[in-house]
Design a protein around this ligand. Sequence first.
Ligand SMILES: [Ca+2]
Length: 436
Amino acid sequence: MQWVAGVCLATAQPEKPNIVFIFIDDLSYGDVGSFGCTDLSTPNIDLLAESGVKCTNAYAVMPVCTPSRAGTMTGLYPQSFGLNGNMHRGTPIPEDHPTMAEAMRDAGYVTGMVGRWDLGSKEQGPLQEGFMEVARRSFIDEDSPLNELSDYPTTYYQEDEVYWTDRQGDEVVDFIDRHKDEPFFLYYAPLAVHSPVEEVPEHYMESIQGVDDERRRELGGTLLAVDYVVGRIMQALEDNNLERNTLVILSSDNGGFDGDSARHYPSQGGKGTEWDGGVHIPTVASWPGTIPAGTEYDGLMSTLDFYPTFVAAAGEQPPERCDGRNALPFLTGKEKGDLHDYLYFRYVARHVCLDAVRHGQWRLLRTRNDAFWRLYDLSTDPAEAHDVAQEHPDVVRELATHFAQWATQLPDYSGVYRGEGGEYPRGIGWATASDQ
Ligand SMILES: [Ca+2]
């Protein structure tokens, strides 16, 4: 209450909560203990879920990295600016629209990033798009003996041979410790559990017992390494007495990779596929004292919602253009139901060309190989084994009409590969916007 004239001239502004956004790379719904996995171990993610709300019906924007990250970071469907798949990597994000990091910076937060960027044009790196501090990643030297580990030598620092995920644990704690006295926004986007999982240090593998599939053991070890960083984040918040004033959201940019023996139960198919498991991702939100502990939210939501949710938690309005919605009333249990009546998907790749809609219990989809739409009832058939389009022509018509209305607003896309995403600072230690 604000008195017009009296003793109390103004109510105190609520303290801005810190925001920690953990966006794991290729983390599958079926590989997290609290989402039903029984053979791999995610003790810290499970504790995080117990401390808040588990979102069982959350969707990434795309089944692959770059467009998923660009959509999440802008709160816009990436197809709306011509980004339809990883073959369009390097497509610029709109410059006339603030990113999540710019919005948080402008809301008075110190913004920091640790991990993988992989979006925007070459000129649109994280330091150019709103992050004030960015943890550098190793310079990749083609002649390094570390390259013999695999064809994809990105998980060890070539300067000192430290495993990237382990270094990230030090960096996230350092960021929280240094900024404990001011509102901070920390974006932690590890490369883990993305390939190459075989590079995980042996001591993480030792804890994975009873898994015969060697690739799955390696995936489990990689997952344990990143789970340990999640634990270090939560410990750092507790050590600084910040846990009740910090909103933590953990999610994934797309489903797990079949080549790494990821499991997608109850869905079928993972990263890069046409199936629900490519985009149905594990998501948890924790804010002790604000989000009730041990709860579950089963409404339809999207990673597009994180941007307006963070901005709302900061007490600000979302940008004029935004395809996501503030999830806080739903995460706290004040509101029930779906955050979105319809979620739209268009994924263009050489091997698959997918159009899809999620609505209620339904998933309508069509690939370039399909003459007709296919319809699945995920409430009874999450593995999408039985096409029920013929039994429900009215549902097909309704969802197809909504999809067409969405798709007609999209710009034409080019089918050509564009190149690399935004430049990321190299080396060891922190890069700041003032370095640029
Ligand atoms: Ca990914």
